[in-house]
Structures are given as structure tokens and as C-alpha cells.
Ligand binder design. Structure first.
Ligand SMILES: Cc1ncc(COP(=O)(O)O)c(C=O)c1O
Length: 371
């Protein structure tokens, strides 16, 4: 038998492809993959009547409280549209920040699929306050106006800011005072809880949130989110809405198994969601601190920041050509024009698997782009 001939091994391995553009660019955490593999045995009843989805229900009650109900879905946009649709009557509208993902990045899905009017309110830091709720409440009862019957906040926000638990409570109280419901886009709820050092429950159930999306995909899942209903009276018929809006998985065990891997199955665990979120946040904090030191020491010029780094995203202000040079090595997005002509705000995002070496190489690319 003759040996096959192989091409000679290259002298140097190609640099691994690493990205700072989105936490969605990271792969799947091995514990999640193991959970998917473990779920891949025998047959299981479809559409959620399987043991993994039942165990997920228990995990969600443990994390969010006894009344919590979990509805696994495929993606974050779907979670938002299903959750809001179930909360609102046909004439309902949602008050949200003008930077909210539902308004800027979901291709009009809440409007197109859910028939929901969004009422965007100005917001520089991605957050809204009770004032926005009071301002829209005047439309209640006026037949000419879409009825503002829900408020949406994103935690952590699209621009990397956080709502303190008492800020959420104030919005919930204002909303409930008018009979409105409060929904949280929790695509990065894990990052928020890890950064605030709280439980998931402390920033949702305990401060008056009625329903939320719990994001798994950015936190190390392959593709799994859940609508979590905290007050069952707030979202009647959600199971029907999920099917009608094409978010009901037949082989739901695989979606549920991923979320279960993130949430863990017992009280004593340090759950994977927290480990992954804390890791991503810490990588972002390290990136920021290295560059803060460079700016303070005058080693790089022309670099500023649009706000503090509190979770896993840093919003840097730099000349557009420098942002383009960084992009020659690492993908990242410019999200808006900077405050001065010729500058941009570039979003640099870390993930559950961002390594110290990734951060060091990224910082070196920024230094070189600004030198
Ligand atoms: C804040 C926020 N909400 C919702 C979504 C939607 O998630 P998906 O892309 O899975 O639909 C994203 C995705 O980037 C997001 O950042």
C-alpha cells in the first residue's frame, strides 16, 4: 500500500480569526455542546413536551421566581416580537428608547409581524426614565392614538449602559400606575446581572418586570433564547402566539438543553450564564483599562470613549481612517458618527471566549492604527 502524499505543513500557523464586532461571533461553549449531545439520545416528545423543557421550567422558576414561565424560541428578535405581541391587544403600542434594538435592528418585525406600533423616545444613553412613560400616558383612552400599553427597556442597553435595579423599579411603578406592562429585552441580561453583581431575579421579578427575553446565544449557546413571563396575567395566550409567529420548535429539547446548560440545575452552582458573562465583561474591562492607560500616558493620540465600559462593549471615538486600520486585523463596527468631523464611534465587543491574547493583539492593533 502506498502512502498518500500530503502538502507540506506551513512554517507558521495562520493567525486565528478573532472578532471584536459582536458577541455573536463567538462559538458555542463546550458545556452547551455537551448538553446538546446528551439530549441527542432516543426519541423525545416534540413541541416542548420533553424532559429538557420541563427541567428548563424548573431552572427558570429557580432563577426568576415561582410564577415564572419559560417559552424557548429560536432568536432574540423572535423573543421580542412574541413577548410583546402576547402582552398587547391589537390596538397596543410600546414605549421604548429610540436606540432600542426592536426599533433600530429588527427590520420592522414588531410592526410587520406583531402589528405593534413602537413609540420611540429620545435617549442618549440607551435608557429611558419614568418621564417617558408619563409623557405618553396622555394618549391613553384617546381613540385617535395607538394605546401605550407596554414599556420596553433593554438590559444591558444597546450602548453598553445598565439600569440599576431601582431605576427599573421606578419605570415599572410608573408603567403599572397607568395599567401598562413592563418588558425587558434581555438579550444581554446575563452581562447586566454579572456586572451589577445581582441575581437575574433581582433586576427583573423583584423590581416589577412583567416579561422578558432571556438571551442565550450571545452568552455561549448555539441558538437559544426564551421569553420568560413573570406575571402570567401579563401575556395570556403566549403559547399560541409563539406558534402563530413561527417560533415554536418541534425538536425543542435541543433549544431547552442549551438554556438549561447556561442556567444550571441546582442552587449551589456558579451557573454557566454568570461565568460566561463575567468573563466577557472582564475582557472588556481589561481592554478598556489598557487603552485608558495608553491615553493617559500619551502613548496613543486621537482616542476617546463615548462612555464607561460597564459590560462587554466599549464604544471608542477615533478618526475614521484609524478605525478602518483596526478593521484590517479585527472585525468591528462603526455604529455612529463621532462628535467631531472625520471621527466615528466604533463598538468593540468581547465575548465569553475572548482571551487575554485576543485583547493584547487588539490593543496592539489600536495602538498601531493611531500611531
Ligand atoms: C439588544 C438586542 N436585542 C435583541 C437582539 C436580537 O437577537 P437576534 O439577532 O437573535 O434576533 C439583539 C441582537 O443583536 C440585541 O443586541
Amino acid at each position: 500500500m502506498t502512502s498518500p502524499s500530503f502538502p507540506a505543513a506551513p512554517d507558521t500557523a495562520p493567525a486565528p480569526f478573532r472578532s471584536f464586532a459582536s458577541d455573536n461571533h463567538a462559538g458555542v461553549h463546550p458545556e452547551v455542546l455537551d448538553a446538546i449531545l446528551a439530549a441527542n439520545a432516543d426519541h423525545a416528545i416534540a413541541y416542548g413536551d420533553d424532559p429538557w423543557t420541563a427541567r428548563l421550567g424548573e431552572a427558570v422558576r429557580r432563577e426568576f421566581g415561582e410564577r415564572a414561565e419559560a417559552y424557548p424560541v429560536f432568536n432574540g428578535t423572535g423573543a421580542n416580537v412574541v413577548g410583546l405581541s402576547a402582552m398587547l391587544p391589537r390596538w397596543g403600542a410600546v414605549i421604548a428608547s429610540e436606540l432600542a434594538h426592536v426599533h433600530t435592528d429588527e427590520q420592522g418585525a414588531p410592526e410587520r409581524v406583531g402589528g405593534i406600533k413602537l413609540l420611540p423616545v429620545p435617549s442618549a444613553d440607551g435608557k429611558i426614565t419614568p418621564d417617558a412613560v408619563h409623557a405618553h400616558a396622555g394618549a391613553l383612552g384617546d381613540v385617535h392614538h395607538a394605546q401605550p400599553l407596554a414599556v420596553l427597556i433593554t438590559q444591558s442597553t444597546e450602548v453598553g449602559t445598565l439600569y440599576a435595579p431601582e431605576e427599573v423599579r421606578a419605570i415599572a411603578d410608573a408603567a403599572h400606575g397607568y395599567g401598562m406592562r413592563l418588558y425587558v429585552d434581555g438579550s444581554r441580561l446575563a452581562n447586566a446581572a454579572a456586572a451589577l453583581g445581582t441575581s437575574l431575579r433581582a433586576i427583573t421579578t423583584d423590581v416589577g418586570v412583567d416579561a422578558l427575553s432571556f438571551g442565550g446565544t450571545k452568552n455561549g449557546a448555539m441558538g437559544a433564547e426564551a421569553v420568560v413571563v413573570l406575571d402570567p396575567a401579563a401575556a395570556p395566550g403566549l403559547a399560541f402566539v409563539r406558534k402563530a409567529q413561527m417560533q415554536l420548535a418541534s425538536k425543542m429539547r435541543y433549544v431547552s438543553a442549551q438554556l438549561l446548560a447556561l442556567l444550571g440545575e441546582s442552587d449551589g452552582d456558579d451557573p454557566l450564564w454568570r461565568r460566561n458573562a463575567a468573563h466577557a465583561n472582564a475582557a472588556a474591562a481589561r481592554l478598556r483599562s489598557l487603552l485608558d492607560d495608553d491615553v493617559a500616558a500619551g502613548r496613543v493620540r486621537g482616542l476617546g470613549f463615548a462612555g464607561p465600559t460597564t459590560v462587554n462593549a466599549t464604544f471608542a471615538i477615533l478618526p475614521k481612517p484609524a478605525a478602518d486600520r483596526v478593521r484590517e486585523t479585527f472585525p468591528c463596527y462603526d455604529v455612529m458618527p463621532g462628535p467631531e468631523a472625520g471621527t466615528v464611534v466604533s463598538r468593540w465587543m468581547c465575548a465569553w471566549d475572548t482571551t487575554d491574547d485576543d485583547v493584547d493583539r487588539f490593543v496592539a492593533a489600536v495602538r498601531s492604527a493611531l500611531s
